[in-house]
Unconditional design. Structure first.
Lengths: 577, 552
C-alpha cells in the first residue's frame, strides 16, 4: 500500500491535471463496454418493430465505437506522458539517492546488486508502474460495468463471477512462480549482460582479438542466455497449464449461462435481446473479469520496482552523524584499534591498526598489493565505516561528523579515477564545485598537475565529438581535480602517478609536498608503491598483513634496516650503475 | 525481422502462426454460431441448442489455443531476443576493433541498448501473435459481413485503415526520439545517470560532493529529451481526430443499412457483432508498437552486422623480425605517428618510452593490429600477445579469466607471479572474480594485473609479447618479480615493453624514445645516457630521487 501511495503522490506532484484525467478516463471506457446493451436494444427494436429503440441502438453503437476509440487513444497518450513524467521524477530521485548514499557498502553486496539491478539499469521503469496503475483502475471499472450488465441480462448470470474467483488464487501462485523464475535467472542474466557489454567494448576488443576469444565469448553468451531463459520458460509452462484449467472451467460456465438465458427466452420469461446480451457478455466477461485480475497481478509485479525504490530510499537515510567538521586540524587524526573487513566477507583487511597522524604532516603509506593501503583511504574518506575501533579528528569521532561536511574538506586523486566526459574545465572544476567555472582557479590546478597540454574548453570523450585521452592524460585530469581544492584538511593521493611520465611525476611530487603552508593543519596522505616519492614524507607507514609493520621517518626506517629499508634499496639499486 | 524470427525456430514458428490465425478466427466462428442460436428464437429450441453447442465449441477451442499460444510465445520471444543478441555480438566480436570506435557504430549500439532497456527484446513474438490473432478476427468478421453486402466490409476496412494511418503518423511524431537533439540529450542523460548510480565514479562523486550538481544536470537533459517527444506527439494528434471521424462515418453507414434492410434478429445480431469486430482490422496498440520497435531492432542489428564485417585474420608472415617502414597514423585527421621506422629482430627485448601523449599507446595499437597504418607497412611475424593498460575484468571464474576454458592456466599464473591469489579465493580456481556474485570475490588492482598478465603469457607461445605499462599497479616486489620474468622470457620470444619506470626499462636490449610521433632516440641504456638526450634527462630525474642512499 505504501508503494501505491508513493506512486500516486509522485504523479500528483508532477502533474495534477493528468493524474485527474487518469482517474476519470476509465469512465469513458465503459462506453465501449455498453455495446452489448445497445446490441440488445437494437435486436428488441427490430423484433418489436420499435423504431425508437433501433435509432438509439445504432446511434449509441456508432458513438461508443468512435468515441470510445478516440478516448482510448487520448488516454493512452495521457498515460504515456504521465508515465514519462513520473519516470523522470523517480529516475532523478534514484540518481540522487544512489549518488548520495553515504558509503560504498552497496557496491560490494550481491543482494544490493540484485535489488537494484533493474532500478539502475532501466531508466523509465517506474513510469511503467504508473501506467500499470492507470490500466488497473481502468480494468477494475470495466469489470464493474460488466457486472452491472450481467445483472441487466439476468441476475443469475452473476454466478459467473464465482467461476472467475479461482483465477485470483491462481494468479497468486503464478506470480510466485514468475518471481522465483526471475530470481533464478538473475545471476546468469547479469553475467550474460556483462559479457555482451564486453563484446561491444572498445577496450576489451584488443584482448578479444589478440587471444581469439570471439567464439568462446559467443558460446558463453548463448549458454548464459539459455540458463537465464530456462527457469522463465519452465514457469511460463506451469502458468499456461494452470490458466488453461481455470479458463476452460470458466468457459463452460459461460456456455451454461447463455444456455440458461436461452432457456428463459424460450419459456418466454426473457426478451430475445437478453440472449444477445448474454452472448455478447459471455465473450466480454472472459476479458472483463479476468483483465482486472491480471492487471492487478501485473501491477503487483511493477510495484516490486517501487518497493525496490523504497528500499533504496530507506537505505539512503542511514544516519551518518551530524556534527560540523572542524575548520582546521589542531592535533591530528588518530586511528584507534581500527579493524575492517568488507561487508559480506570475513577476511580482515585491516586488523587493530592504531596510528596518529599529526596536524600538518605528510604521511606516506606503502606496502604490498592488498596490504590495505587503499582501504585506509576509504575509511578516512568514510566510503566505509570501521568494523571495529574508531577514527578521531582532534578527538572527535569521525563517525559523529556530518559525512558531507567532512568530505567538503577533503581532496583526493584515486588510482581508479573516474573519466568525466565533460569539458576539461568541468572535468577538473568538479574537484572544487565552488570554483567550477572559475577559469583561473581551474587553470592553476591544471598547471600544478602538469595537465596543461589540453585546451580548457576542449570536450572530452568521443561520444560527444570530443577528444579521446590516453590513460596517462586521463590520470593528469584526475590529479588536477584532486588539486582543485586549495585548502582541504586532508588530501589523498592514491597511486597518483601510476601512468605518468617522468617529467610530470617529478613536477608533481614537488607540488604534493609543497603547498603545505600548515595554516589549517592540512594533512597529506600519499599511497604509493614508488619509494622515490615517499622519502620526503614526514611520516612513513609500512602496512603488511593488515597491520602497521613499521613507522617512522625515511631516515629512521632506513636505520631500522627492516622491510622498508629492504624495499627502498631494491628500488634504488635498480638505478645504480 | 523475418530472418531473425526464422532463426528463432523455423517450424515451430510457422506452426505458431497457424495456431494464432486459428485462434483469431474463433470469435468469427462464435459470431456465426450466435446467429444460428438466435435464429432458433423463440420457437425452435433444437436450432437454438445447436447454436449454443457451436458457440460453446468456438469459445473452448479459442481458450485452449490461447493457453498453448501464450506458452509458445514466451519460448519464441526468448529465442528471438537470443537471435538479436547473437547477431550483434557475432558482429562486434569479429569486426576490426577500430570499427567499434566508429561513431555510427556507437550510435547504433546505443540505440539498440535503448530498445533493450525497454523490454529486453522479449515481447516481439507475443506482439506478433496478438496482431495475427486480431487480423484473423477482423478478416473473419469481414467475411461474415460480406454476406450482408459486398461493400460493407470494404467501408469498415477503409474507416479503420484511415484511423490506423492517423495513429501511425501520430506515433512517428511522438514515439521515437527521431529528432537529433532529443536523441543526443537522451544519450547524455544516460551517461550522467551512469556516473550517478554506477561504481566507477562513486568515490569521486562522494569526496567532491557532486551529487547535488550532477543530478540536476541529469534531470534537465532527460527532461529536454522528453520535451522533444511531447511536442511531436501533440502535433500528430490532429490527424487522429480527423481519422476518428472517418471511423464514425463508416459505422453509421453500415449499421444504418443493417437496421434498415434486415428483418430477423439473428441477422442483426450476427451483422452488428461483425461490424463491431472489424475494429480488429484497425490499429492494434498492444501489438503494433512493439512490432514497430522489433522491426527497428532487427534493422539495426542487420545494419550493424552488414557494416561490421569480420576482420580478416592477420596474415601469418614468415619473417625473422618485426618491421615497421615509414608508418604514419592519425586520429580524425590529427597525425599522431609521423613516420616510424623500426626493425625488431626475433628475441630482442625492446622498451618504448616517451611522455604522455607522445604516441606510445597508438604504436602499441598498431602492433596489435587494432589499427591499420594510414601509410607505411608493418610486418609482424608469429603470434602477438599483449597486456594492455585497460585490460578486461571478466566477471568469470579465475580459471576462465586466464584461459577461457583452455589448458595451461596454472603455469601461466605461476609465471605471472600470481599463484598467491588462490589463497584469497574461497573457491580457488572456480571463484568468480566479481563481488556482485554470491561467493564471488573482486580483486585489487594489482591482483587483477597479475591475472591479465597470466592471460597474456598463456597466449604468447613463441611470438611477441607486448606490455603496455604492466607494472602501473604492482607493488615493488611484484614489479621486480615481473621484470625478472620478463628478462627470462627475452630470448625465447620478442618482448616490447612500454613503461615510465626507467629502472626497469634500462635492462632492455634496446630502448627507443618516441617524441612528437617519431623515434627521437634509439639505443641501449648506456648509449642513450651517453647521448644525454631526453632519455638521459628522464632517467636522471627518477634516479636522483634515490641518489642520496645509493651513494650513502
Amino acid at each position: 500500500m505504501r508503494e501505491i501511495r508513493v506512486l500516486v503522490a509522485m504523479a500528483w506532484r508532477v502533474d495534477r491535471r493528468l493524474t485527474l484525467a487518469m482517474i476519470a478516463e476509465p469512465f469513458g471506457n465503459t462506453l465501449v463496454l455498453l455495446s452489448g446493451l445497445w446490441l440488445a436494444m437494437l435486436t428488441n427494436g427490430v423484433i418489436q418493430n420499435d423504431i425508437r429503440q433501433v435509432v438509439i441502438g445504432v446511434a449509441a453503437l456508432v458513438l461508443g465505437a468512435g468515441l470510445g476509440w478516440q478516448l482510448d487513444l487520448s488516454a493512452s497518450q495521457w498515460r504515456m506522458v504521465l508515465g514519462e513524467k513520473v519516470a523522470h521524477a523517480f529516475d532523478t530521485e534514484i540518481a540522487r539517492l544512489s549518488a548520495e548514499l553515504p558509503t560504498l557498502d552497496h557496491f560490494e553486496r550481491a543482494e544490493y546488486q540484485d535489488q537494484l539491478e533493474i532500478l539502475r539499469q532501466r531508466q523509465g521503469q517506474l513510469g511503467n508502474s504508473m501506467s500499470a496503475l492507470a490500466v488497473t483502475i481502468k480494468a477494475i471499472c470495466a469489470g464493474l460495468t460488466v457486472l452491472v450488465l450481467l445483472v441487466v441480462a439476468h441476475p443469475a448470470m452473476l454466478a459467473l463471477v464465482l467461476l472467475a474467483l479461482p483465477a485470483l488464487l491462481i494468479t497468486k501462485a503464478q506470480r510466485r512462480w514468475r518471481a522465483q523464475a526471475e530470481d533464478e535467472s538473475a545471476l546468469p542474466g547479469r553475467t550474460a549482460r556483462h559479457l555482451r557489454a564486453v563484446a561491444q567494448d572498445r577496450d576489451a576488443a584488443v584482448e578479444i582479438r589478440l587471444f581469439g576469444l570471439a567464439d568462446n565469448l559467443e558460446r558463453r553468451i548463448g549458454t548464459l542466455w539459455n540458463a537465464q531463459r530456462r527457469p522463465i520458460e519452465h514457469a511460463e509452462r506451469k502458468v499456461a497449464l494452470l490458466s488453461l484449467a481455470q479458463q476452460v472451467l470458466y468457459v463452460i460456465g459461460v456456455i451454461a449461462a447463455v444456455g440458461f438465458v436461452l432457456h428463459q427466452a424460450i419459456q418466454g420469461r426473457s426478451a430475445p435481446g437478453d440472449v444477445v446480451l448474454a452472448i455478447y457478455l459471455g465473450q466480454q466477461v472472459q476479458t472483463a473479469v479476468i483483465w482486472p485480475i491480471q492487471a492487478v497481478a501485473g501491477f503487483g509485479r511493477t510495484l516490486h520496482t517501487v518497493s525496490r525504490f523504497l528500499w533504496l530510499a530507506d537505505h539512503a537515510h542511514t544516519a551518518t552523524g551530524n556534527e560540523r567538521a572542524p575548520e582546521q586540524i589542531v592535533e591530528g587524526i588518530r586511528l584507534e584499534n581500527v579493524s575492517f573487513h568488507y561487508p559480506g566477507t570475513d577476511k580482515w583487511v585491516l586488523r587493530n591498526v592504531s596510528l596518529t597522524i599529526p596536524a600538518g604532516a605528510a604521511l606516506a603509506v606503502v606496502g604490498a598489493n592488498g596490504a590495505g593501503k587503499t582501504t585506509l583511504v576509504k575509511l578516512l574518506t568514510r566510503m566505509y565505516e570501521p568494523t571495529e575501533g574508531r577514527i578521531t579528528v582532534d578527538g572527535v569521532d569521525l563517525a559523529d561528523l556530518d559525512v558531507h561536511d567532512w568530505r567538503a574538506r577533503l581532496a583526493a586523486a584515486f588510482q581508479d579515477f573516474a573519466r568525466f566526459e565533460f569539458t576539461v574545465q568541468h572535468a577538473v572544476g568538479v574537484g572544487d564545485l565552488d570554483h567550477l567555472d572559475d577559469t583561473e582557479h581551474v587553470r592553476d590546478a591544471i598547471t600544478r598537475a602538469g595537465a596543461d597540454v589540453l585546451d580548457q574548453d576542449a570536450q572530452l570523450g568521443t561520444s560527444w565529438g570530443g577528444t579521446d585521452l590516453s590513460t596517462g592524460q586521463w590520470q593528469r585530469i584526475a590529479l588536477a581535480r584532486g588539486l582543485a581544492r586549495t585548502t582541504p584538511l586532508v588530501r589523498f593521493f592514491d597511486e597518483p602517478t601510476a601512468s605518468l611520465d617522468a617529467f610530470t611525476e617529478d613536477a608533481l611530487f614537488d607540488s604534493m609536498t609543497r603547498a603545505t603552508d600548515g595554516a589549517n593543519g592540512m594533512i597529506t596522505i600519499l599511497v604509493t608503491h614508488r619509494f622515490s616519492t615517499v622519502r620526503s614524507a614526514d611520516l612513513i607507514v609500512v602496512l603488511a598483513d593488515g597491520g602497521v609493520a613499521e613507522r617512522g621517518s625515511h631516515r629512521a626506517l632506513l636505520a631500522e634496516n627492516g622491510r622498508y629499508a629492504r624495499l627502498y634499496r631494491s628500488q634504488a639499486d635498480a638505478f645504480a650503475d | 525481422m523475418k530472418t531473425l524470427l526464422w532463426q528463432a525456430g523455423r517450424w515451430r514458428f510457422a506452426l505458431f502462426c497457424v495456431l494464432a490465425v486459428l485462434q483469431g478466427l474463433a470469435p468469427a466462428a462464435a459470431i456465426a454460431a450466435s446467429g444460428v442460436l438466435v435464429a432458433g428464437l423463440p420457437d425452435d429450441p433444437a436450432q437454438a441448442t445447436l447454436g449454443l453447442a457451436l458457440f460453446g465449441t468456438a469459445l473452448l477451442v479459442g481458450t485452449v489455443l490461447s493457453a498453448v499460444l501464450d506458452h509458445e510465445a514466451a519460448v519464441l520471444d526468448g529465442r528471438f531476443a537470443h537471435a538479436v543478441h547473437d547477431t550483434v555480438a557475432g558482429a562486434t566480436l569479429r569486426t576490426g576493433a577500430a570499427n567499434l570506435a566508429d561513431p555510427r557504430t556507437t550510435k547504433e549500439l546505443g540505440a539498440l541498448a535503448e530498445f533493450e532497456r525497454v523490454d529486453g527484446f522479449v515481447g516481439t513474438v507475443s506482439a506478433l501473435k496478438e496482431l495475427l490473432r486480431q487480423r484473423a478476427t477482423g478478416v473473419g468478421a469481414a467475411v461474415v459481413l460480406a454476406t450482408f453486402a459486398w461493400w460493407a466490409p470494404i467501408v469498415m476496412f477503409l474507416g479503420w485503415r484511415g484511423l490506423s494511418f492517423g495513429v501511425r503518423k501520430w506515433l512517428d511524431h511522438g514515439m521515437t526520439l527521431g529528432a537529433q537533439q532529443g536523441e543526443s540529450a537522451m544519450r547524455r542523460a544516460r551517461y550522467l545517470r551512469g556516473l550517478a548510480v554506477d561504481s566507477p565514479a562513486a568515490k569521486e562523486i562522494r569526496v567532491f560532493g557532486l551529487a547535488g550538481w550532477l543530478v540536476p544536470l541529469y534531470r534537465d537533459s532527460y527532461l529536454s529529451a522528453l520535451k522533444v517527444v511531447w511536442a511531436g506527439r501533440k502535433l500528430g494528434m490532429r490527424t487522429v481526430f480527423a481519422a476518428t471521424g472517418g471511423v464514425l462515418l463508416a459505422h453509421l453507414v453500415v449499421l444504418t443499412a443493417i437496421a434498415q434492410t434486415t428483418t430477423t434478429p439473428a441477422e442483426i445480431v450476427v451483422y452488428a457483432q461483425a461490424v463491431l469486430s472489424t475494429s480488429a482490422l484497425g490499429y492494434v496498440f498492444g501489438a503494433e508498437i512493439p512490432l514497430a520497435r522489433a522491426r527497428k531492432v532487427a534493422e539495426l542489428a542487420r545494419t550493424l552486422a552488414r557494416r561490421l564485417t569480420a576482420a580478416p585474420p592477420r596474415p601469418q608472415v614468415v619473417a625473422q623480425a618485426i618491421q615497421l617502414t615509414d608508418v604514419h597514423f592519425g586520429y580524425a585527421g590529427k597525425p599522431v605517428l609521423k613516420g616510424i621506422d623500426l626493425t625488431v629482430p626475433k628475441g630482442q627485448s625492446l622498451a618504448i618510452v616517451g611522455e604522455n601523449g607522445a604516441g606510445k599507446s597508438t604504436l602499441v595499437n598498431l602492433l596489435c593490429g587494432i589499427h591499420q597504418p594510414d601509410s607505411g607497412e608493418i610486418v609482424m611475424p608469429g603470434k602477438v600477445s599483449a597486456i594492455v593498460q585497460r585490460f578486461t575484468r571478466f566477471e568469470l571464474s579465475l580459471k576462465d579469466n586466464i584461459g577461457f576454458g583452455e589448458e595451461g592456466v596454472e603455469e601461466a599464473l605461476e609465471r605471472a607471479g600470481g599463484l598467491g591469489l588462490l589463497e584469497d579465493l574461497p573457491h580457488g580456481w572456480d571463484t568468480v572474480l566479481s563481488s556482485s556474485h554470491p561467493n564471488g570475490r573482486d580483486l585489487s588492482g594489482g591482483q587483477w594485473q597479475k591475472v591479465a598478465l597470466a592471460r597474456a603469457l598463456r597466449a604468447v607461445e613463441s611470438g611477441t609479447l607486448i606490455m603496455d605499462e604492466p607494472s602501473a599497479n604492482l607493488d615493488v616486489l611484484a614489479e621486480e618479480e615481473l621484470f625478472a620474468r620478463f628478462s627470462e622470457l627475452a630470448g625465447e620470444i620478442t618482448t616490447i615493453l612500454v613503461s615510465h619506470r626507467l629502472a626497469s626499462v634500462r635492462h632492455a636490449d634496446r630502448i627507443v624514445v618516441i617524441a612528437d610521433g617519431r623515434i627521437a632516440e634509439d639505443g641501449t641504456h648506456a648509449e642513450l645516457m651517453a647521448a644525454n638526450g631526453q632519455y638521459a634527462a628522464m632517467y636522471s630525474l627518477q634516479a636522483e630521487r634515490f641518489a642520496e642512499v645509493s651513494h650513502a
